[in-house]
Ligand binder design. Structure first.
Ligand code: B1M
Length: 220
């Protein structure tokens, strides 16, 4: 199977809600030494985005969206595991990052991809999961003496949580202690600047670049 066939089969398997096919395509990608991040981003993720578009147009219904998301979670977990396995041994630890999907939001597929990419750079990532409150995020960052706090949101109604996080960090006198990065489909560079976040990343590859820059700037 060529790289192009892998990508189109990955998209189709999600559109068809076909778990067996999706997992088989993921395995083929692993066995053939494909660029797994590309398979995730341009293949499976594109599939779930198309399902989302069909859902928005009323051509797919919520149970189908939920099923596609569950398949997506399984495939992402399998590929993420492989991406981490391919990490070279003995990579120096560069820093610690806390990451969470903000309160009221359960979307975490993209966050999972961001995490596995960042981990490959020797950064410890503590994943707090989804629907996480601001206080819990800050407490976890203090507990782990984190360098960076990353938040993800996929709903226009929940990105407000990112603004509240910035406000709460300032209120508690902790704003200079952590660097912050925000991401997720409705988040923009402009929004990040407006709320005072240190960085914004559009996708997982950019998140890696931005996180490394933040770590560099925090150590001088
Ligand atoms: Co929902 N959902 N969903 N959903 N869902 C969207 C986001 C939506 C756009 C669909 C639509 O209507 N077209 C819409 C939001 C509209 C809006 O507010 N603008 C929507 C809605 C309305 C809802 C519900 C309200 C539906 C309902 O109940 N009526 C409900 C809300 C639940 C809640 O959160 N409280 C809901 C539920 C769900 C499911 C549970 C079924 C499922 C989520 C399962 C899961 O995540 N475990 C789901 C899904 C799968 C989607 C879509 C189809 C796909 C999201 C996704 O996984 N994309 C989505 C439509 C779409 O995106 N076209 C949709 C693939 C993923 C790889 O991309 O998440 O963008 P993404 O992540 C990227 C970048 O954004 C970036 O890097 C990632 C990798 O490249 N990034 C970061 C993400 N986080 C980052 C953090 C960073 C940096 C970069 O730094 C910290």
């Amino acid at each position: 199977m060529s790289e192009r066939e892998i990508l189109s089969s990955a998209i189709q398997s999600i559109l068809d809600n076909d778990k067996e096919k999706a997992l088989a395509v993921a395995q083929k990608a692993i066995d053939s030494g494909s660029d797994l991040l590309n398979v995730l981003n341009e293949g499976f993720s594109e599939g779930i985005r198309q399902v989302g578009d069909l859902f928005e147009r009323g051509e797919k219904f919520l149970p189908e969206l939920i099923e596609a998301a569950m398949i997506m979670e399984k495939v992402t977990a399998a590929l993420n595991e492989e991406i981490i396995k391919e990490m070279p041994d003995g990579i120096a630890k560069k820093g610690t990052m806390i990451i969470a999907t903000v309160e009221g939001d359960v979307h975490d597929i993209g966050k999972g991809i961001v995490i596995s990419m960042i981990k490959t750079q020797g950064i410890d990532v503590i994943d707090m999961g989804r629907d996480v409150g601001i206080e819990a995020i800050i407490d976890k960052a203090l507990e782990y003496d984190a360098d960076i706090i990353g938040t993800s949101a996929l709903l226009t109604s929940t990105i407000e949580g990112m603004k509240k996080l910035e406000e709460e960090l300032r209120r508690r006198g902790l704003r200079d202690r952590f660097r912050t990065i925000v991401g997720g489909a409705p988040v923009t560079q402009k929004f990040a600047e407006k709320i005072g976040a240190d960085a914004y990343a559009e996708d997982a590859a950019e998140a890696v670049v931005k996180v490394l820059e933040l770590l560099e700037s925090s150590t001088g």
